[in-house]
Ligand binder design. Structure first.
Ligand SMILES: Nc1ncnc2c1ncn2[C@@H]1O[C@H](COP(=O)(O)OP(=O)(O)O)[C@@H](O)[C@H]1O
Ligand SMILES: [Mg+2]
Length: 210
C-alpha cells in the first residue's frame, strides 16, 4: 500500500470528502496515515484540526513530501489536490501516486470538466500512465434522476479508466466532516448504505494494477 491521490479539474466534486474519509478509514485499520493537503483552501487540514484526540491519529502535511513514497506496507499517504491543475504540475503530482481517484458530480458542467481533465491525463507520458492506476467515482448521486443516469452512462464509457462506485448525496458526509471524523467512524446502521458504496473503492485500492 502506498499513495492515493484524489484529483479533478473542478472544485466541489468531493476531493476533500473522499480524502478525509479515506484517511479516517485507513487510520481505523491501524495504518500510519499521512494526509497531504495541497489545496491552499486547506479543507483537509482544517478537518484534521477538528479531529477528536480519541480517534486514531492522522498526520497532516501541506506540501509534497520530498522523500520517496514509502514502500512500508503499513504506511499510506493520501493527497488532496486542488482543482484545475494541468501540464507539468499535474505530471509532478501524479508521479507521486500509485492510485488516482477522480470524483465526478452528476452535473453537465462537472461531466464536461471531467472529460477535459481525463484528456489531459491521457496526454501524459505512458510511463506515468502505466505505473498509476486511475478510477472514477460518481459523487452526490440521487438514484433515479436523469442526470445521474447520464453520468452513469458517461463514466462507463471512459475507456481504460475504471468506474468503481457511486456515493449518494447524504448528510452523513457533512455531519462527519464537521466533527473531524469519517463515515466509518459513525454509527453502523446510520452509515450502512454509505459503507456498502465504499466497498468497491476500497477493494479497487487494495488491488494490484493489472
Ligand atoms: N456524497 C456527499 N453527500 C453530501 N454532501 C457531500 C458529498 N460529497 C461532498 N459533499 C459536500 O459538498 C461540498 C464539496 O465537497 P468537497 O469534498 O469539499 O469538494 P472538493 O474538495 O472537491 O472541493 C462539501 O460541503 C461537502 O461536505
Ligand atoms: Mg477540497
Amino acid at each position: 500500500m502506498s499513495s492515493i491521490m484524489v484529483i479533478n479539474a473542478k472544485g466541489g466534486s468531493g476531493k476533500t470528502t473522499i480524502s478525509t474519509n479515506l484517511a479516517a478509514y485507513y487510520a481505523t485499520k491501524d495504518f500510519n496515515v499521512t494526509l497531504v493537503d495541497l489545496d491552499p483552501q486547506a479543507s483537509s487540514l482544517n478537518w484534521l484540526t477538528s479531529r477528536p484526540i480519541t480517534k486514531p491519529k492522522i498526520k497532516g502535511l501541506s506540501s509534497l513530501p520530498s522523500q520517496k513514497v514509502s514502500t512500508n506496507k503499513n504506511d499510506i499517504t493520501i493527497f488532496d489536490v486542488p482543482a484545475a491543475i494541468y501540464g507539468a504540475r499535474l505530471e509532478t503530482y501524479i508521479k507521486k501516486a500509485r492510485k488516482i481517484i477522480i470524483p465526478v458530480l452528476p452535473s453537465p458542467i462537472d461531466m464536461s470538466a471531467a472529460r477535459d481533465f481525463l484528456k489531459s491525463i491521457r496526454k501524459l507520458g505512458s510511463v506515468v500512465r502505466n505505473r498509476t492506476d486511475i478510477c472514477l467515482v460518481a459523487n452526490r448521486c440521487r438514484a433515479n434522476t436523469n442526470i445521474f443516469e447520464e453520468l452513469d452512462d458517461y463514466l462507463v464509457k471512459e475507456k481504460g479508466i475504471r468506474y468503481v462506485t457511486a456515493f449518494r448525496d447524504n448528510t452523513n458526509y457533512i455531519n462527519s466532516a464537521k466533527k473531524g471524523i469519517g463515515i466509518f467512524e459513525m454509527g453502523q446502521s446510520m452509515t450502512a448504505q454509505d459503507r456498502e458504496e465504499w466497498k468497491p473503492l476500497i477493494s479497487w485500492l487494495n488491488s494490484k494494477k493489472k
